[in-house]
Design a protein around this ligand. Sequence first.
Ligand code: SDX
Length: 434
Amino acid sequence: MEKQRKVILSFSDRDREPIEFPILSGTTGPDVIDIRSLHGKSGMFTYDPGYLSTASCTSQITYIDGEAGVLLYRGYPIEQLAKQCDFLEVCYLLLNGELPNATQKTKFDDTIKRHSMVHDQLASFFKGFRRDAHPMAVMVGVVGALSAFYHEAMDISDASHREVSAYRLIAKVPTIVAMCYKYNIGQPFMYPRNALNYVENFFHMMFATPAGDYKLNPVLVRALDRILILHADHEQNASTSTVRLAGSSGANPFACLSAGIACLWGPAHGGANEACLNMLGQIGDVSRIGEYIKRAKDKDDPFRLMGFGHRVYKNYDPRAKLMRETCHEVLNELGLQNDRLFKLALALEKVALEDEYFTSRKLYPNVDFYSGIVQRALGIPVSMFTAIFALARTVGWIAQWNEMISDPEYRIGRPRQLYNGAVKRDVVPISQRK
Ligand code: SDX
C-alpha cells in the first residue's frame, strides 16, 4: 500500500504546532495539497488572488498541460477531435465521457434538432433591446430568460431534468445567437430547419432570408464546426468557474450560463477575439507593428497584444495552431490568400515570437488570435465573435455544471479574504463629524 504523501506546514512562531496536509494525485497533471482542514486547524486562510495556484474542484472533463501545449477532452487530443469528429460528437463526448457510436450519434443529433426552436414568446424579449445592442448584452438577457420557460424540468437534483436542460441549451443557443444577429441587422428571424446539420442550420439561421434560397459552402461549414470544437471546453477558465460558482448555490442552469456569458464577454477572456481583430485594424499595416509591439511592452501603456498570452499555456496554444490552419483553408477557399489582416497577423506573430519580451514571458498566440480572422472571412461580423465563442462553450459550461451538481459532495462556493479595511470603530453623530 503506497504511503500517503503529505506536506508539513511548520510555523516560525515556536508556539504553533506543525500541521500536516495530504498530497492528492489525479490520473495525470500536477498533484494538489489538500488544505481543506487549514482553517479549522490554524484559523488561517490561504491567499491566492486570481487562483494561480488553486485547484477549485476535481474534474474528468478537460486536461490542459500549459507547458507542453496539450489539450485533451475526456483524454482525446484536441488535434484528433478537430480533424476526425464533428462538433456534436464532441458535445456528446464532453457530456457523457465517451465518443458516441453511430447509433448514439444519430439519436443525439436528432434530439438536439428537436430542441432547436425557441418558444415564440422568447422573440418578444428582443424588442426591448436597441437594434445596435451588443449581441453579448442580448445573450446575457435572453439565455437567462430561458429560466422562465421550463418550470417542469428545473429540479437540478433530477438527472433527467439536467439532461434535457443540457440538450435545450446546446440546441437553442445557436438559434438565439442567430436571432441576435438578425435583430441587429433588421432582418426577420429564420427558423431552424431539421433537414440541416447543426452548423449548416446555424449558417442558415444567420444568413438565409425568407426572400430566397441560401447556398451552403461545405468548406465554410466544416471550418466553423472546427472553430466550435476548439472552443468547446477549457478546464476551469474564468467563465466556467463563474458557471460553477453560480451553480453551487443551486441556481438553474439557464441562469448559470447567463452568468458565464457575462464573464466570457470580458476582453481578457472571450472578448479577446473581437478585441484582436479591432487591434489588427488599428495597427493597419505591417510597417506599424513595431510601434504596437513597443506599446505592448510599455508598463505605463494599458495596451496589450490581444490574442497573445494565456494564464495556463506557457507554450503555443494547440488551438491557435489548428485555428491558423483553418484560416489558411478558408481564405484559400474564398480566394482571399492575400487577405490584408491575415498577412498582418502572420507578420505580427513572427515579430512577437522573435522578441525577448514575449519569449521570456512565454507569451504565445492563443485561440483568439486567428479565430477573429477566420470568422470575419466566414461573413460573421466582429461584434458576433464572442457570441460564437459562447455558442461553442455552452456544452463545456453545462458539462462542468452537470459534473459538479452530480457530485454528492458539492457545496456552495464561498471564498474568504485577507481583510485590510478599517478595524472596529464607533459611529459619531453627523453633527460631530468634521
Ligand atoms: C481565453 O483561461 C482560459 O482557458 C481562457 C481561454 C478559454 O478557452 O476559456 O483560453 C480563452 O480567454 C484566451 C485568452 C484571451 N485573452 C487575450 O488574448 C487578452 C490578452 N492576454 C492577456 O490579457 C493575458 O495574457 C491573459 C489575461 C490572457 C493572461 O493573464 P495572466 O495569466 O494574468 O498573465 P499576466 O497578466 O500575469 O502576464 C504575465 C506578464 C505580465 O508582464 P510582467 O508583469 O511579467 O512584466 O506578461 C505580460 C504581463 O504584462 N503580458 C502581456 C500580454 N499578456 C501578458 N504583455 C503584452 N501583451 C499581452 N497580451
